[in-house]
Design a protein around this ligand. Structure first.
Ligand code: MRU
Length: 380
């Protein structure tokens, strides 16, 4: 099957899409975000001049994905500091803007601690702000480096698990350069396979309800000239049954000490399918996504999103006249319908074949092996 569904992969624009950048125009420093709610229709930038604008951008998913949330949180603290706002208040509101991706609170803490440490050493507010900005820049660079190393390790693992190349990889949500200082997590591995001629097909789950797969992963795959095919989340089962999936590659928002993986809702069903069909289920995430302070998956706070994201067809880049009561989308369910809309689910370690980090591959996934890999690079 497969090839008649292929995207031709003709888009030759550069694959580098800066999702975030710090700028210092004469009017004062700003954080510039590529507004992901507008993609793929428009490449529009969002300019944040204070932390509250960034909090709004995080909640609306203009900026999203675990590693990028960490980078954004760190820059948000720096922004508050250089513009003379209350840094403690900014840090608290940024850290709690979304609860599941551990990187957000971690990134905020990193810049906030640098700011506090500079003040404690007798530095003035300007020096403390510079320290916060330096910490954010450092995190941004480290994430780019981690991304490149995950791609290398993940590709080596794919080759080991699937000798012979021609990988047909299924992915969920969006994990490329839109969520990272580099080329991403799971998507970076698929990209490395593509560049070395080992990727036969990238199966892209559309990722209901906000369509991160259809809108963002397809956009990134097209830009990279990859052979990709979009499917509804519900079509994954029949794809496995047809023997069309060699491996699943996903990212993570939080990995607990026991190896449980919180990721975009729909990841857990894929893990169950993968186990049933004897297909490797591989999680790719930097060690900053591993939360050793949380013992197990059941303790992860899973963000619940508003019901209108389910009861309406959400097309954020296309405002629909006359459908403004809830989210501005096209209503598809009867008025007043309640919706269950968790943003994430949790996959137990026993269903995860391997966790690929920049510090090494954890497989089989055990608490001890995970702690050992994290110990190689703990910085916070
Ligand atoms: O709600 P989102 O779009 O922020 O969810 C993002 C995901 O679930 C990603 O898969 C996860 O952050 C890993 S990104 C490297």
């Amino acid at each position: 099957m497969a090839d008649q569904y292929a995207h031709s992969g003709e888009d030759k624009r550069p694959t580098e899409i800066p999702a975030i950048r710090w700028e210092e125009p004469p009017e004062g420093p700003v954080l510039v975000l590529l507004d992901q709610t507008r993609l793929p229709a428009e490449e529009v930038e969002l300019v944040c001049t204070d932390a509250s604008a960034l909090v709004e951008a995080i909640r609306s998913l203009a900026v999203r994905g675990a590693p990028l949330l960490g980078i954004a949180g760190a820059y948000g603290v720096a922004l508050a500091a250089v513009r003379g706002f209350d840094v403690d208040e900014a840090a608290a509101s940024l850290a709690s803007a979304r609860p599941t991706a551990v990187n957000l609170a971690l990134g905020v803490r990193r810049a906030h601690s640098a700011h506090e440490a500079a003040l404690a050493k007798g530095g003035d507010v300007r020096q403390a702000a510079s320290a916060a900005l330096a910490a954010a820049r450092q995190l941004h660079r480290e994430d780019a480096e981690a991304s490149a190393r995950m791609a290398e390790q993940g590709l080596a693992l794919l080759d080991e698990l699937l000798p012979g190349g021609g990988h047909r990889v299924l992915t969920h949500c969006n994990t490329g350069s839109l969520v990272s200082g580099g080329e991403g997590t799971a998507f970076a591995v698929a990209l490395a396979a593509h560049r070395t001629g080992r990727l036969r097909r990238l199966w892209v789950d559309e990722t209901r309800p906000l369509l991160q797969g259809a809108r963002l992963t397809a956009y990134e795959a097209a830009r990279a000239g990859m052979a990709y095919t979009l499917l509804t989340d519900n079509a994954a089962g029949s794809l496995f049954a047809a023997g069309e999936v060699d491996a699943v590659l996903i990212g993570a928002d939080r990995i607990t000490a026991d190896g449980s993986v919180a990721n975009k809702v729909g990841s857990y069903p894929l893990a169950v399918l993968a186990r049933y069909h004897h297909v490797p289920f591989i999680v790719v995430a930097p060690v900053t996504t591993v939360d050793l302070e949380t013992a197990e998956g059941a303790s992860i706070e899973v963000e619940q999103r508003p019901g209108h994201e389910v009861t309406e067809l959400v097309a954020p880049q296309v405002p629909v006249a006359g459908a403004a009561e809830a989210g501005g989308g096209i209503p598809v369910a009867p008025l007043g319908t309640q919706a269950y809309n968790p943003a994430f689910d949790v996959t137990p370690a026993e269903l995860v074949t391997a966790i690929v980090t920049e510090e090494g591959v954890v497989s089989p996934v055990t608490a001890e092996a995970l702690a050992e890999v994290c110990a190689r690079s703990r910085r916070v």
